[in-house]
Write a protein that binds this ligand. Structure first.
Ligand code: UDX
Length: 470
């Protein structure tokens, strides 16, 4: 990741304060910095503390590496949206409502940066979910880049639904997008329009139209037809998957592998080294949404019955909760100890890139989906909420790189152990899904390398910024 020389452009990057949003924003920061743009990366205080003092120093490493590469990136903190924000993520309504609290702090930060910095702030790059960011950029006469961290299909569904609602039409045709059942729509489209989350997202989709650029963490080879259909209304540039370049085979020795998570990570490498190629299923349901104890028990018994090796990231529901083992059926850990490893957290990228991994049993969060694709792994989809049901539908029926174990209609029931065991076997033995996933992995490699579509799109945005400012 070579720095192309200073441009005199200074962008502040403001992610939504959550792991699945900060991770790709950090990668975007490094890429823009490599195009000669000075970056101030803005975190809320809780996340800043986690990243700078945490057990895992992934964030600090990421930026220390970036600075060693000659990239101009600095990390700054603004006050939290809410006290104890890090624990609030699972209280989604409260959390979404509080996002507006960031605006005044960011405005204040820009004033201070302009007083203390030879290069004034010229651009705000903010998560699309921060609906105040584009209007703030307009008010301060700055350029704006809206960063969508999910796939373009979900963007387009949301964009068209809000458009249609305002035009009072009842049938919504979304060009280029697979049909979804109402139960599989993103959370904000299933809620009443008066609900806090629905209102926050509706505002984001009104303001995103005014952004100078919209960039998405997806890639043209996956969603080209959706992007092109959307271009009639607005241009979204795919710049993903935004992962550390060492994991994408970009073979830049100076951009070495760094962690991307902020919890204590168990190192699973030695355990994986002893297992046969593609013999282990990796099981993880993301960073925030909870699962019932009954469902956890059924998954445990399903994994046991499947006879496959597994690594399972089982998060504790809260810090006060007892050990992870107390959530599992009696005797499970002992009975599966030859072929199973249960950990509270790990470096997912490190695990997924190991040759012993053969499939991913996942909640279909968008980062996890891109990571799975980047390593050519088929997925067993068990979505839990937000936009994960839509992702899972695309994984199974559109891209055909996985199976759908749970749809939006199943949310009240529990998926039983037999169904789980049978689908784990189908996934690990399903050659067609694996080949489709490997084909997409090869597409990813083409898109992110120099001159590939994701790289060129980022180049166009950087050039566009330079052209408007110089
Ligand atoms: C949720 C949504 O589902 C997602 O689509 C949205 O964009 C953000 O909010 P989350 O539950 O965090 O996301 O899942 P995901 O998007 O998959 O992100 C989880 C991240 O945590 C991944 O980058 C993954 O590599 C990392 N992770 C997870 C670890 O590093 N270690 C683990 O043990 C588990």
């Amino acid at each position: 990741m070579e720095c192309e020389g200073k441009t005199g452009i200074h962008a502040i990057i403001v992610p939504m304060p959550g792991q699945g949003h900060i991770n790709p924003a950090m990668q975007l920061a490094k890429k823009l910095a490599s195009k000669g743009i000075a970056i101030t990366f803005v975190l809320t205080q809780s996340w800043h503390n986690i990243i700078t003092h945490a057990h895992s120093s992934a964030g600090v490493n990421a930026f220390a590496h970036a600075r060693n590469l000659g990239l101009d990136i600095r990390l700054v903190a603004i006050p939290d949206c809410l006290p104890g924000e890090f624990e609030r993520w699972n209280k989604l309504h409260e959390f979404f409502q509080s996002l507006d609290n960031m605006e005044s702090h960011v405005e204040e930060l820009i004033k201070n940066l302009n007083q203390s910095n030879p290069t004034p702030v010229s651009c705000i790059v903010a998560d699309t979910m921060l609906g105040w960011a584009v209007p703030l950029a307009k008010k301060l006469r700055l350029l704006s880049v809206s960063f969508w961290t999910q796939n373009v299909s979900v963007f387009s569904i949301t964009y068209h639904s809000y458009l249609a609602e305002r035009q009072a039409g009842s049938v919504i045709h979304i060009p280029g997008v697979t049909h979804l059942q109402p139960a599989d729509l993103p959370l904000w489209l299933k809620l009443s329009p008066d609900d806090v989350i629905a209102r926050v997202v509706a505002r984001c989709f009104q303001t995103v139209r005014e952004a100078d650029w919209v960039v998405a963490n997806s890639f043209q080879g996956l969603e080209g037809h959706v992007v092109e259909a959307l271009w009639e209304k607005m241009r979204v540039y795919c710049v993903g998957p935004l992962l550390p370049s060492a994991y994408l085979d970009l073979s830049d020795p100076r951009d070495s592998v760094v962690g991307t998570s902020y919890r204590v990570e168990m190192d699973c490498t030695q355990w994986l080294d002893d297992k046969a190629p593609k013999s282990v299923i990796y099981v993880s349901f993301g960073s925030l949404l909870p699962m019932s104890i009954t469902q956890i028990e059924e998954i445990a018994m399903g994994l046991k019955e499947s006879d496959y090796n597994f690594i399972w990231v089982l998060r504790r529901p809260s810090n006060e909760c007892a050990e992870v083992s107390s959530m599992l059926p009696y005797g499970f850990l002992n009975e599966t100890k030859q072929r199973g490893l249960v950990v509270p957290w790990c470096s997912q990228l490190k695990v997924l890139s190991h040759p012993s991994i053969g499939g991913f049993f996942s909640h279909c969060g968008w980062n996890s989906t891109l990571e799975s694709i980047a390593f050519g792994l088929p997925m067993l989809g068990f979505p839990l909420g937000i936009e994960q049901f839509a992702n899972c539908k695309l994984i199974a029926d559109e891209w055909k790189i996985g199976l759908r174990l749970r749809s939006g209609d199943d949310t009240n029931g529990v998926i039983g152990r037999n169904e789980i065991a049978e689908n784990v076997r189908r996934l690990m033995e399903g050659e067609e899904m694996r080949r489709a996933a490997e084909r997409l992995r090869d597409v990813v490699k083409m898109e992110v390398r120099k001159g590939g579509t994701s790289d060129s799109n980022l180049e166009s945005v950087a050039d566009g910024l330079k052209a408007k400012l110089i």
